[in-house]
Structures are given as structure tokens and as C-alpha cells.
Design a protein around this ligand. Structure first.
Ligand code: RNT
Ligand code: ZN
Length: 412
């Protein structure tokens, strides 16, 4: 009997159906953050990364052009099983030689290059306005700035991005998630906390006035607790973003690096699912702060995946990765991170949720504890390997990444 056959029987004895799990997983799409490929540098501004976020490390071979980034995507995607979506930032616009980039006037032609790329590969596109790493971010403020010139510049940017998402959805035939996150905040105690939030609210209202097809374009709003250099106050806090999303009927997005360290996103998912048709997630690995380390197959990511599965919400959660590590081979980082998310989903699909819930409801917490512990040492790896082989993806990707590094990356 093959290892998988053996595992299938062992899981069946625990109450889980491996065939059903494998079948479900292959249709779950993960939106892959393009910015792991170049430490979030983008193509439209020589400015260093700013906005309270940081990529650290100077591993050689980062993509410098759309062609290089696309080639790296192709290679990385070939090593990831399952469905993928392309997740772009507006800073990855492709300009003609001599054209001066202007984020307040980005048009479909600046993204036609990526649309062609996506269409050739049958990929959908998610999108992010880029409210950072730019000279029009003044005093760390964008949509909440008291300077109307600054605020209006970024409102125009937001509107452009909604129009672009509509264009992506129409061209690819797949919905486009357009995620708004602003870095705005203060390093030290502000004198006025409500003013910036009121301006942010008014700016969002203007951006959302942009027409769009709500079945094709999903606007998400991402909150944050604090950023580096912005420790005292964050305009787009959790309360602000949740209340705003609720009132305006847009989609809340939670990044699991954006909460106080003892809060867990896994515990928040069920609450939001009771009040929103869809929710968005940015999956990352915060190491003591919002460090955006590569996602690994760890407890909290498994717990997040379990919540999505147990709530039967795989079709209501926009799952995206958000990490950027410049200290290691960036392609390996991409593959490890995305595979970790997929592993967590498979792990979650192999939980006998109904049986466990029945134990909880009958208050048999002793049996619940034993059953949950038992599952941790079930032969998960054999089911994962089976998934990779059914998807036609190699298990041991590192030799291929090393070869790509010497053939391609080392020549950059
Ligand atoms: C920053 C947010 C945001 C960015 C990306 C690049 O803290 O998490 O989502 O990481 O937009
Ligand atoms: Zn994020």
C-alpha cells in the first residue's frame, strides 16, 4: 500500500476524508504578492521603501524590470500547486521610456503589459493602490493630510485604482480585489486624533464614489496597529476600518501582522463573517512586530486556515499573502510562503470538524483535547505529498531554485 493510501485510511479512522480535502484544495485560490520579488521597490519611483514598513536584507538577484519580475513569477508559480492570482501594487505600472510616472493619473495602458501577462496564463489580478514610497507622501500622511493638495492627489490615486480594478476584472473575466491601506500616522502623541480620521473618512467617501461593478470589483480596507516611526497613532486603526467597512458595505481586510501581539486574527474571522458577505486576509508572519517574514507552517496560520474551513467560508475569504524577505532567495521565499498557506488549508480540511464540534457541544472537553492532539501527529505529510504529485509540482524545489539562481538571478 502506498504511503498516501495508508494515510487515507488513518485519516478516515479519525473521521477525515482525504479525497474530499484534496479535491477542495485544488480550487482555493491564493493571491500571490508580487512585492516579494523585489522587496516592494516597484518601477515608478526611485524612492526608498517608506510608510512604516521595511524590507530588510540584500540577497542578490532582485527583479529590476517587469520582464524580470514576470519571469520570476512564472518560475515561482511553477513550483506552487493549486490556483494562484497575481497581486500587484500600483507602483508596478509599466511606463514608456521618457514618460513621467504620476500616481494620480494611472491608466489601463500602464497595466496593459500585466493584463497581457495574466491573460496568457489564465490568472486573475488583485490590486493595491500604493500610498507610500513617494514624494507626495508628506509628513507621513496621504488621505488624512491637512494639506488639500496632498489629500487630493491621493484621492485621485485611489479613484484611478478602482478604475484599474474594473479594467482587470473585465479583461481577465475574474473579480479583482482592490485593497486600500494607508500608512498615515504620527510618531509621537498627536494633538488631534479625530481630525486626521475625519479627513481619511471623507477621502474614502470620495474614492468610493467612483463607479464600479460590485460583483467584479471588491474594495477592501486594511487596518493597522502601528508602523515603524509611527508608533503613537495610526489613522486607519482597527476600529476605524471596521466601522467604515460596515457602514459603507465594503470588505474588511485583516493582516495578521497588524494587531497587538496577543491578539489573533484566527479569533476575529468568525465575528467578521457574521457581519460581512466577504472578508479579506493578508497572511504574513509577524516576528515581534509587523516584520512580514515569510509565512511558515505554524500554529497561527493553521488556526486561521481552520477558521476559514470550519466556518465553511472558503468562497467568502479573499486569501492573499503579504510578506517580503530580502535576506534569502526571493523565489524560495515566495514558494515557501505560498506553500505554507496551502499546507495550512489542507491541514484544516483534514480536521473532522463536525465530530470535534459535537464534542464541544456535549461539553466533553477531555475527548476534544485528546482528539485534537491525536490529529497533530496524523500522517499529514503523506497527504500533502500526494497533493503536490496530483498537481504535477515537484516536492523538492530547492535544487531547481538554486539552478535558477545560478542561471538567471546571478547574472542580474
Ligand atoms: C503594510 C500593509 C500592506 C503592505 C502591502 C505592500 O503594513 O500590510 O498591506 O504590506 O500593501
Ligand atoms: Zn498587509
Amino acid at each position: 500500500m502506498s504511503r498516501y493510501e495508508e494515510a487515507r485510511k488513518m485519516y478516515a479512522a479519525l473521521g477525515a476524508d482525504t479525497e474530499a480535502a484534496l479535491d477542495t484544495l485544488k480550487d482555493v485560490s491564493v493571491s500571490v504578492n508580487c512585492w516579494q520579488g523585489d522587496d516592494l521597490q516597484g518601477f515608478d519611483s526611485p524612492d526608498k521603501l517608506s510608510g512604516g514598513i521595511q524590507a530588510t536584507g540584500n540577497y542578490p538577484g532582485a527583479a529590476r524590470t517587469p520582464e524580470e519580475l514576470a519571469a520570476d513569477h512564472d518560475f515561482a508559480f511553477s513550483l506552487m500547486p493549486g490556483k494562484k492570482k497575481l497581486n500587484l501594487h500600483s507602483s508596478y505600472a509599466v511606463y514608456e521610456k521618457g514618460e513621467v510616472p504620476d500616481r494620480s493619473d494611472i491608466r489601463p495602458r500602464h497595466f496593459k503589459w500585466w493584463v497581457d501577462y495574466a491573460k496568457e496564463r489564465g490568472l486573475g489580478i488583485d490590486f493595491n493602490p500604493t500610498f507610500f514610497s513617494h514624494p507626495m507622501v508628506k509628513n507621513n500622511l496621504t488621505l488624512s493630510s491637512p494639506d488639500e493638495e496632498v489629500r487630493n492627489y491621493w484621492i485621485r490615486h485611489g479613484k484611478c485604482c478602482i478604475r484599474l480594478a474594473q479594467y482587470f476584472a473585465e479583461e481577465t473575466g475574474m473579480p479583482s480585489v482592490v485593497n486600500i491601506w494607508i500608512p498615515d500616522g504620527y510618531k509621537d502623541y498627536p494633538a488631534d486624533r479625530i481630525g486626521p480620521r475625519a479627513r481619511f473618512k471623507a477621502s474614502l467617501d470620495e474614492i468610493l464614489a467612483e463607479p464600479r461593478d460590485p460583483e467584479k470589483v471588491f474594495v477592501t480596507l486594511e487596518s493597522k496597529v502601528f508602523g515603524i516611526g509611527l508608533e503613537a497613532y495610526t489613522v486607519g486603526s482597527a476600529e476605524f476600518c471596521l466601522a467604515y467597512a460596515q457602514e459603507k458595505g465594503i470588505t474588511p481586510l485583516m493582516d495578521n501582522g497588524h494587531y497587538h501581539p496577543t491578539e489573533t486574527v484566527s479569533d476575529k474571522i468568525s465575528s467578521l463573517l457574521l457581519f460581512h458577505r466577504e472578508i479579506g486576509l493578508h497572511l504574513t508572519r509577524p516576528m515581534r512586530w509587523d516584520s512580514d517574514h515569510v509565512v511558515l507552517f505554524e500554529d497561527e496560520i493553521r488556526e486561521i486556515a481552520k477558521e476559514i474551513v470550519r466556518c465553511k467560508a472558503l468562497d467568502r475569504v479573499f486569501i492573499a499573502t503579504d510578506f517580503f524577505d530580502g535576506a534569502i532567495n526571493r523565489i524560495s521565499a515566495w514558494v515557501t510562503g505560498v506553500r505554507s498557506v496551502q499546507k495550512a488549508l489542507l491541514y484544516a480540511l483534514l480536521q473532522p470538524s463536525e465530530k470535534l464540534t459535537a464534542l464541544q457541544n456535549s461539553a466533553d472537553f477531555t475527548s476534544l483535547m485528546v482528539a485534537q492532539e491525536e490529529l497533530k501527529t496524523a500522517p499529514f505529510g503523506d497527504v500533502w505529498d500526494e497533493y503536490l504529485s496530483r498537481c504535477g509540482v515537484v516536492k523538492d524545489y530547492l535544487p531547481l531554485v538554486k539552478k535558477y539562481e545560478s542561471d538567471v538571478l546571478s547574472k542580474r
